[in-house]
Design a protein around this ligand. Structure first.
Ligand code: 5GP
Length: 189
């Protein structure tokens, strides 16, 4: 997606060879026009996938996921990272190791928001090692749903997540696949 790649080159910053900072339009400040275009792109790429629900992980996946759900006219569900006192009954959980926080958290879903037989499109801001995506997949399986596809706004293709997911048979669309990074250098596939 050219618009997104241009934005990454203009405003993104590679901190080192594996961490990309895009907090001026995706992770902290959000560019709503760009997010709308991202949502329309995911909707077009997964138009034939029979998706019934869009699912993301809080918090940076929410902006692209809600725009995707809007474009596809589907409901959207946020998987929570922190156990909440008000979540209580009927919850499903799985442990996920966070790439950016270097710590594990319990990815949590209230069961009633995913129905058995749902075909889910998982959307996230970044795909790196695939820990978050595989955590989302485990929760969808526990809920009796199928993962129809996985959409990453940015995928660092030199890290193992993208290949692992595709090798496991999942359809993955990455709008900006990064081939290589070094301090202040970003190259796309
Ligand atoms: P994974 O679970 O695939 O290893 O990592 C995915 C999660 O880690 C994403 O949801 C994202 O929040 C975070 N992440 C991974 N790599 C980067 C990165 O280079 N920059 C930023 N800002 N977040 C990242």
């Amino acid at each position: 997606m050219e618009l997104l790649k241009r934005k990454i080159l203009e405003e993104g910053r590679a901190l080192n060879d594996h961490v990309l900072l895009v907090d001026s339009f995706l992770n902290h400040q959000v560019d709503p026009e760009l997010m709308r275009a991202v949502g329309e792109e995911f909707a077009a790429r997964f138009a034939d996938a029979g998706v019934t629900r869009v699912v993301t992980i809080e918090s940076s996946g929410i902006a692209p996921a809600v725009m995707t759900a809007l474009a596809m006219k589907l409901p959207m569900v946020i998987l929570k990272k922190s156990p909440s006192a008000i979540l209580q009954d009927g919850i499903l959980q799985t442990e996920v190791f966070s790439f950016t926080k270097n710590a594990a958290y319990q990815l949590t879903l209230k069961r009633k928001f995913i129905l058995p037989g749902d075909r889910v499109l998982l959307i996230d801001d970044f795909l790196a090692n695939g820990e978050a995506a595989f955590g989302g997949i485990r929760l969808m399986e526990q809920a009796g749903a199928q993962v129809a596809g996985i959409g990453a706004v940015i995928a660092k293709a030199f890290q193992p997540g993208l290949k692992k997911l595709r090798d496991a048979g999942y359809r993955v669309e990455a709008l900006a696949p990064v081939k290589r990074m070094a301090e202040n250098t970003i190259e796309f596939e």
